[in-house]
Design a protein. Structure first.
Length: 106
């Protein structure tokens, strides 16, 4: 299973993610992949769907992680998300293009 990196904002004061290498040039970040049993479900400041999405562990507080893991309406799997410079640059471009489009015409 491949988890998708989300554009989740980092908590203030959060440390950079601890990356570990699994081969030449390959790095992975520890994460969880979360799916909700109902159509949508909110917990720990996040909205989850049946489709699911990945969350970096470094982006979650201990309290958020505990609430998500202990919630019976969520299916939680430990996973690792591949990380590389190209993906990081693409995510930054997407974040910038979303911030640039205010939706209003002058």
């Amino acid at each position: 299973m491949t988890a998708v990196r989300t554009g989740v904002a980092r908590r203030a004061g959060a440390k950079p993610a601890a990356k570990k290498s699994t081969g030449p040039g390959a790095e992975v970040l520890p994460a969880i992949y979360v799916r909700s049993l109902p159509e949508t479900f909110r917990r720990a400041g996040h909205v989850f769907t049946r489709e699911g999405h990945g969350l970096l562990l470094d982006d979650l507080s201990k309290e958020q992680l505990k609430a998500i893991r202990e919630e019976p309406m969520l299916s939680v799997q430990e996973c690792e998300i591949p990380a590389n410079t190209e993906d990081d640059e693409l995510l930054q471009q997407q974040a910038n293009s979303g911030a640039d489009s205010t939706g209003g015409d002058a």
